[in-house]
Design a protein around this ligand. Structure first.
Ligand SMILES: C[S@@+](CC[C@H](N)C(=O)[O-])C[C@H]1O[C@@H](n2cnc3c(N)ncnc32)[C@H](O)[C@@H]1O
Ligand code: SF4
Length: 356
């Protein structure tokens, strides 16, 4: 159950955003931060740290260029000062950063913090996620087939043990599962729905994207793009997901998102670049998702200035006309809320997953 304080904060944030929306004064309130691109796995579908990204990351995002703890803390303090409401923290594998807990403590009690992890280190390094509000553990199959999909023996057991240890030892954190739906596991979506139900954990389903969000000009994506599921099996899987949501399953995502995938729609008016700062890469670079080139650097420019800058505003303005149509539940649904294509049932599912 959420604490009274947590519910109060969630309600206050929702009311503040609704008031901004009514006044037509939306501003970025979410940060999407890759704290490292280093990873202990190299999943074939991954557009950040998959096998074909290793060389690109070595050249463009080397470890020595990662913001250090003091720089991360300084950046996070600015997020608080600029009244951001939410931080999505991912990577690479965020738990590889031993200073993650120290960084997240800056945000604790001020922003809602969601961490994505592959779970390999979760049980051993639970304290690193203790300041988070919710933690998504990636599970791509309800059994050891996950190991094959992630090219790492033992990864299913470790992710599940991590998830269970977190529920036991940090019960105030909302756990969730993120399944990346590729050609290899598209047939297992119904089983994953049942598995999540049996664990009583909310589940999100993500078709991989290769051209959207985290793509950067010059990043290779030929191999990862091969992992995309074919149109009809993907549509069938998302029909099942939509049906499960309609029947009350704890599935994260709006009905409009599920239909977007089922109907294989090309794009939607996207408000992500207007509402989200990011992706922010580990070296401080901010990428404009509509053209996939840098629009600023949080290490060099004070956040207030960066948000008011012409490159940031131009990228934001290009969102509604962007043809990339990122099939990402978070990106789609932020835009759906903005465009009022988000319904009570959707809000109820998000509330159950993120608040209690
Ligand atoms: C990039 S990972 C980073 C966090 C962590 N290493 C993990 O695996 O959860 C965040 C989420 O994105 C998913 N993902 C990986 N490649 C993707 C792609 N091409 N498109 C969409 N999501 C992807 C992962 O499966 C994971 O659930
Ligand atoms: S564990 Fe996460 S970041 Fe690492 S390769 Fe796999 S999906 Fe990418």
């Amino acid at each position: 159950m959420p604490t009274i304080e947590f519910t109060r904060r969630a309600t206050a944030a929702a009311l503040a955003l609704a008031a901004d929306r009514l006044r037509g004064r939306m501003r970025p309130f979410v940060v999407n931060h890759l704290v490292t691109v280093r990873c202990n796995l190299h999943c074939p579908f991954c557009y950040v740290s998959g096998p074909e990204q290793v060389e690109f990351n070595r050249i463009h995002q080397p470890r020595r260029a990662e913001m250090n703890t003091a720089e991360m803390v300084a950046f996070y303090r600015q997020l608080v000062a600029e009244k951001f409401h939410m931080a999505i923290v991912l990577g690479g594998e965020p738990l590889l950063r031993g200073d993650l807990g120290e960084m997240l403590r800056v945000l604790q009690g001020r922003l809602f913090v969601t961490v994505f992890t592959n779970g390999w280190l979760l049980e051993d390094r639970l304290e690193l996620v203790a300041p988070a509000t919710s933690v998504f553990v990636s599970l791509d199959a309800p059994d050891a087939e996950h190991d094959r999909l992630r090219a790492m023996p033992g990864s299913f057991d470790r992710a599940l043990k991590g998830l269970e240890a977190m529920r036991r030892r940090l019960p105030e954190i909302r756990p969730a599962i993120n399944m990346t739906v590729t050609r290899e596991n598209v047939g297992r979506v119904k089983e994953m729905l049942a598995f999540a139900r049996s664990l009583r954990v909310p589940v999100a389903f993500q078709p991989p994207t290769f051209d959207g969000q985290f793509a950067v000009e010059g990043r290779p994506n030929e191999e990862s793009a091969q992992t995309a599921a074919a149109r009809e099996p993907l549509a069938e899987a998302f029909r099942a997901i939509r049906e499960a949501a309609d029947h009350g399953d704890d599935v994260i995502g709006s009905r409009a998102f599920f239909s977007h995938v089922v109907d294989d729609r090309a794009s939607y008016p996207c408000h992500y670049p207007e509402l989200v700062l990011g992706p922010v890469f580990p070296n401080g670079e901010v990428i404009g998702c509509t053209h996939q080139r840098p629009i600023g650097d949080v290490r060099e420019t004070p956040l207030k200035e960066l948000l008011a800058s012409t490159p940031f505003r131009d990228n934001a303005a290009a969102g509604p006309g962007c043809a990339r149509g990122c099939r990402d539940w978070g990106i789609h649904d932020l835009s759906a809320v903005y465009a009022r294509r988000f319904h009570l049932g959707d809000a109820r599912r998000y509330y159950r997953a993120f608040v209690g």
